[in-house]
Design a binder for this molecule. Structure first.
Ligand code: UFG
Length: 343
């Protein structure tokens, strides 16, 4: 059993990862500033796993607080770093907020790791680093394209900062490039909690069907894809969470082949927006109100993962399909709705 610091551990992917770490017997300490998550997530984690994780609330971009935290917690064995802003549009509106939070936090964490001789980090990256890849499926050796947004750029810069730091220290890192995480824990006790109007497809679908939003806008049906809508590799958040546990254990058990490893985390299957909607309607029996509108600037046409390296080398494979992802997302929305009504 190891003690793992999960930054952003009350967030969407973070909370699912905390549960999977606990399931594997790891002790977890969460640092989160709750800027995009809620404190009751800790109770919900407890009601799934029977263990309440340790928790501290502060901003990781605050250097003094972060270094002080590390000095008080030299029992930490490894870090999974999720804490970051993640809205593409918002990053275009307010780039400095994104660079300040996402970059300073990482620099402070790496400084704290070196000072306290913690040498293992898993970093939450994104397939956005590939832009529109020249070849599909996209593998880990595909070229990094110029970022389409400040958010995407913070992921690219973060990967570079980690890589440079490894060259001059004993650190080892695994960078996990996620495709499109959706869905929720089967218990419907944790899931995605979008702040305000969701940017992403599936939370917008569930909120529309439940009646919070009036209509989903499908951003363009004139792409060069079979039905004209863009194609993405959607992955169940629990599958994604499990990959983090495997990645951190791989380094803690000294099974990593290099001190920097990079894995794509997707299913290898691409679905168009209309295919996602069809699957959602089929598994839930609900009807979605949607209309086709203009393209959203910055959207790539199609991207899906080559999963061979993650399958063979990490020994991880996504298990859940698109129907299961949609059904779990819907059950989560129903659970949120039921909770709202009892308040
Ligand atoms: N879409 C709609 N209507 C909506 C929301 C989304 O039609 O209301 C479409 C998009 O146009 C896209 C697909 O649904 O074709 C998926 O969109 P998401 O916003 O859910 O996901 P993205 O692929 O745009 O975003 C993902 C990650 C980001 C990352 C981005 C880079 O969630 O973190 O890829 O392109 F930055």
């Amino acid at each position: 059993m190891s003690k793992i610091l999960v930054t952003g551990g009350t967030g969407y992917i973070g909370s699912h990862t905390v549960v999977e770490l606990q399931n594997k017997g790891h002790e977890v300490i969460i640092v989160d500033n709750l800027s995009n998550s809620q404190i009751d997530v800790l109770d919900n984690i407890f009601s799934i796993s029977g263990v309440k994780p340790e928790f501290e609330q502060f901003d990781l971009f605050d250097r003094e607080k972060t270094l002080d935290f590390f000095r008080r917690h030299n029992e930490i064995d490894a870090i999974i770093h999720f804490a970051a802003y993640k809205a593409v549009g918002e990053s275009v509106e307010n780039p400095l907020m994104y660079y300040h939070n996402n970059i300073f936090s990482l620099v402070n964490i790496l400084t704290g790791m070196i000072e306290n001789k913690i040498d293992t980090i898993v970093f939450s990256s994104s397939c956005t680093v590939y832009g529109q890849p020249d070849e599909l499926p996209v593998d880990e050796n595909a070229p990094i394209k110029k970022a389409m947004s400040p958010y995407g750029n913070t992921k690219q810069i973060s990967e570079e900062i980690i890589t440079d730091t490894l060259h001059s220290s004993k650190l080892k890192a695994i960078l996990l490039r996620y495709f499109n995480p959706i869905g929720a824990h089967e218990s419907a006790k944790i899931g995605e909690l979008p702040l305000g109007i969701p940017n992403n497809l599936v939370p917008f679908i569930t909120q529309t069907v439940i009646g919070i939003r009036e209509q989903l806008k499908v951003f363009g049906d004139d792409y060069k894809t079979p039905d004209g809508t863009p194609i993405r590799d959607y992955i169940h958040v629990v599958d994604l969470a499990k990959a983090h546990v495997i990645a951190v254990d791989r380094m803690l058990e000294h099974k990593n082949k290099k001190n920097l490893e990079i894995f794509n985390l997707g299913t290898g299957n691409g679905y168009s927006v209309l295919e996602v909607i069809n699957s959602f309607e089929k598994v839930t029996g609900e009807k979605l109100n949607y209309k086709i509108v203009d393209r959203r600037p910055g959207d790539v046409t199609e991207v899906w993962a080559d999963t061979k390296f993650a399958n063979d080398e990490l020994g991880w494979k996504a298990e859940k399909g698109i129907d299961e992802m949609n059904l779990s997302a819907w059950k989560w929305e129903l659970a949120l709705d039921a909770k709202k009504k009892t308040k």
